[in-house]
Design a protein around this ligand. Sequence first.
Ligand code: URA
Length: 345
Amino acid sequence: MALREQLLAVAEELRRRKTAGDKTVAVGEDTLVALRAAVAAQNRGAAGEAGAPVPPESPISRPAVAKPDDGASFVRRAPAAAEPEPIREPARKERGAALFGDSASAAKPALKIAPAQEGAAIPPAPVFTLPEGDKATRWAWLKDKVENDPVCRAHVRPGKKVVLGVGTLDAKIFFCGEAPGADEEVQGEPFVGAAGQLLTKMIKAMGVDRGQVYIGNIMNWRPEMPTPPGVEQIGNRPPTAEEMAYCLPYLKAQLEIVQPEVIVALGATASAGLLGAGSFKALGEIRGRWHSFAGRPVMVTYHPSYLLRNNSNRAKRVVWEDLLKVMERAPLPISERQRNFFLER
Ligand code: URA
């Protein structure tokens, strides 16, 4: 994984764990050294110098995902020795840094997550009605509308793209993520980076292709963070409530066009956007259960980036059980083998 992707994956996982209610994450000294080296290298790279390599033994230098291929590598159990080390739950007395900072017994924070930058003033959400016509006509109209939406455009950096969902307009299953990241705003398509590649494998494991479902996001642009002039944004921040409210009509319009049987909310931010931020404290409270949005059933599960950092069979099984419920409801055929994914040791 390239340095930038490593940093993005670490930052995203930390942010997601914070959103999920984790207060602390223990970080070993070697990881802190590697992170500092990576940041220094990134800064030097931005200034035109060669970057320092991340030490090979660093946990962040280990590949988090296998090469994109098919669902098999999502369901295939990696040999124990080859499994990436999951981020450990904080051992209170453990040496290391408390990243989320407010635990009295945790060690002194060495690294803080930057507070989310409030987005620039966001006007009220757009009000529009989809034109009459077939699904393709309505979707093409929507795509043109979002790409020319002045607010969306104003939040996208030069050379980057506003992102609408992709997939078949006859999809039974509508996956809903949070917001475009670095790869998505370049390609103009949701879930094409590391998390997206894992999502594609999860979809394959369900017995369908990425092109047979629909994949969208709560947000149509990548929430921006302050960066020095000429430097690419590193990391992502969760969208503000105002940003999500602004983009929600676009998500609703996609649902109106696709009319899926099931929506899958991936992670805490998507769930907050769909179900209301005040409706839960931690994702664990609501995942694995049916909820409702715009008259359609919503299954809440963890975001694929959670599995990028915690790819134990146990974590995969938790997500897989949620996806089995989705398959039952869609409905999709479920083989005995699929029922048992991640159970065998
Ligand atoms: N994460 C998301 O939630 N959405 C994307 O499109 C990519 C990563």
